[in-house]
Design a binder for this molecule. Structure first.
Ligand code: ADP
Ligand code: MG
Length: 604
């Protein structure tokens, strides 16, 4: 038999390797910026066109390359960063595989310009799909500029696989944030389609975090600081009251490298024990420094996961340090479930959430839920709909003859006037129905009501908007502003009206009726978060995400004490919904227990 094994040609091998290194424009941006950092740059500029699909360029003022190195840098396994296998265990650079430039050049049009310090001339190289097109001496400034154009031009399947510009930009912004947070001393610029997205001056850690995430971040930060023989921890956690519904701003850096670690995340979350609302996630920016020879960053091709030698000790230290700092800053204990229930204000979305009111106890002996006037007084922040048939049928389903119906109605009224609903553990509402009892999750019920209301006002009716007496100016980071701008029309149909967009602020002059002024920032932040995490592609409407996001943010939560009227209003409105049985996120809202089921509980 003849021999059949051949070595793959270099350009094929490079294309295969590229698949591992370059998933999307963001991976290119990351690799190029990391190279600039390794080259000792103090100023790094990222220039993008069309979410990087047309152009990703990184310009640095680092040490540059010689003419020979410039040519060599595009070879596979060509690196200046390690020489022998042992160096792998003492890495201080971002790169070490010598694969990035070769991979990128295999699947794009690349133009490199570079010059070293004391050299008169620099080098320019053009490569397309691993093929050198030209190499010249040029006069250029010190440092390196690499422009990557037409990514995946020779792999149409990969190019078609790229997501919308919004999503690809989001991925680039994520990488940009990570690397700029890891290096506050380096100044970073980011341009997208000629607009400045970030301008981060050389600064300290706190200022860098604030300039990346906007001024409002400053008041949220609690400093973390600890030094031991095997580890030093620096950075900040956000106060628990600013925790997010979605994992958002969670950053671990180990030796200046962004990493993901569910294990260390667990340690931090654990330190917040008892301080977080259920289902919310703390924000943190934590910088761990460990001896380079106690970690292995070699286990993952894109290098966001690492292995620690003494994981358990790190866990314990991290947890203790964060806990200690939270305690020192007097943010604990925030939630104290044992305090006197009477001291809690019941929820009321129309009051400004900041002010605590002295609770009034009032009993309305003449209250009759079937009287229209009483219903109007109901303090729930949405209109009570007239579509009540469905819930009434739930209450009367068994009654059939007129006589029975009369009796049933009478019976219900009696019962209602005494006690129609009970709140259980500030989480569920128990209500008796003809066939037994129904248990309703208060938070999910309210989500459903708000969700349907929002969807209706966004898509069917003209949105109910309230003009603010004084327009509110809110600061956001520039990437957030860009995002809000792209969904401006949708926000307007939800009832928002905007006055002015600047580089870092938005002036809002009108808001949906169901939103209070004090909640504007939080619902917009949450919305941005949800859009980032959930939009599957650009053609997908933002309306549903918006309605879900608003419903989630504004809904009453577990732990809110509800007055009897509020409980009843909630039940009425829930059963006026089109789909009262499941929450907008697909969870069951209520469970019924029939009399027969109750009976069997006792007979078994
Ligand atoms: P690695 O970073 O793993 O070494 P790369 O393919 O990213 O591999 O880069 C190959 C080599 O090219 C680097 O080791 C470095 O010597 C050189 N290089 C790449 N980018 C730059 C830059 N911006 N400035 C100076 N040298 C660079
Ligand atoms: Mg590199």
């Amino acid at each position: 038999m003849s021999d059949i094994i051949q070595l793959l040609p270099d350009h094929v091998a490079n294309q295969i390797a590229a698949g591992e290194v370059v998933q999307r424009p963001a991976s290119v941006a990351k690799e190029l910026i990391e190279n600039a950092i390794d080259a000792g740059a103090t100023n790094i500029k990222l220039v993008l066109k069309d979410a990087g699909k047309t152009l990703i360029q990184v310009i640095d003022d680092g040490k540059g390359m010689s003419s020979t190195d410039a040519r060599m840098s595009f070879e596979r396994h060509a690196t200046s960063k390690i020489q022998k296998a042992n160096d792998l265990f003492n890495l201080s650079t971002k790169g070490f595989r010598g694969e990035a430039l070769a991979s990128i050049a295999a699947i794009a049009h690349v133009e490199l310009k570079t010059k070293q310090k004391n050299e008169e001339l620099g080098t320019s190289i053009k490569i397309e799909g691993s093929k050198i097109i030209s190499q010249d001496f040029i006069s250029t400034t010190e440092g390196t500029s690499i422009a990557v154009k037409n990514l995946f031009f020779n792999i149409p399947a990969r190019r078609n696989f790229l997501k919308s510009d919004t999503i690809e930009t989001r991925h680039i912004v994520d990488e940009f944030q990570r690397v700029s947070l890891a290096h506050p001393k380096i100044s970073f610029l980011m341009y997208h389609n000629k607009n400045e997205v970030y301008h981060l001056k050389s600064s300290n850690l706190r200022k860098r975090i604030v300039s990346v995430f906007g001024n409002k971040m400053n008041e949220k930060l609690v400093p973390i600081n600890e030094q031991t023989d095997i580890l030093s921890i620096d950075g900040f956690v956000a106060k628990p009251e600013f925790s997010k519904r979605k994992r958002g701003e969670q950053f671990f850096f180990v030796n200046d490298r962004f990493i993901k670690s569910s294990y260390l995340n667990h340690a931090v979350v654990n330190a917040f024990e008892g301080l977080l609302e259920q289902g919310s996630h703390p924000s943190y920016f934590l910088y761990l420094t460990v001896p380079a020879n106690t970690i292995d960053i070699n286990i993952h091709p894109t290098k966001t996961e690492i292995k620690f030698d003494n994981e358990k000790a790190l866990y314990a230290m991290l947890r203790a340090t964060v806990k200690h700092s939270l305690g020192q800053y007097n943010v604990a204990p925030l939630l104290d479930f044992n305090r006197d229930a009477n001291l809690d204000t019941s929820y009321h979305l129309h009051t400004n959430s900041g002010a605590t009111k002295i609770p009034k106890i009032s009993v309305d002996p003449g209250f009759n839920p079937f009287k229209e006037d009483d219903k109007k007084e109901n303090s729930l922040p949405y209109k009570i709909d007239k579509r009540t048939e469905s819930w009434e049928s739930l209450y009367t389903s068994i009654a059939s003859t007129d006589e029975e119906k009369q009796a049933e109605l009478f019976h219900n009224q009696q019962e209602i006037q005494r006690q129609k609903t009970f709140q259980i553990q500030r989480k569920y509402i128990l209500s008796s129905i003809k066939s037994g009892v129904v248990l309703i999750n208060q938070s999910l019920a309210h989500q459903r009501i708000l969700y349907e209301n929002f969807l209706e006002s966004i898509t069917v009716k003209e949105a109910n908007s309230q003009q603010l007496l004084f327009p509110v100016k809110i600061s956001f980071s520039s990437s957030e502003i860009e995002m809000i701008y792209t969904i401006k029309t949708e926000l307007e149909s939800a009832g928002f009206s905007f006055d002015e967009f600047t580089k870092d602020t938005i002036t809002i002059k009108g808001i949906p009726v169901s939103v209070t002024e004090s909640k504007i920032t939080i619902i917009l932040e949450q919305l941005l978060n949800d859009i980032n995490l959930e939009v599957p592609d650009a053609s997908f409407s933002h309306f549903d995400i918006m309605a879900k996001s608003f419903a989630k943010t504004l809904s009453i939560k577990t732990g809110a004490l509800l007055s009897e009227k509020e409980q009843e209003g909630l039940v009425n409105d829930l059963f006026s919904c089109k789909e009262p049985s499941t929450s907008p996120f697909g969870k069951p809202i209520f469970k019924t227990l029939t009399l027969t089921q109750i009976d069997t509980l006792f007979n078994s």
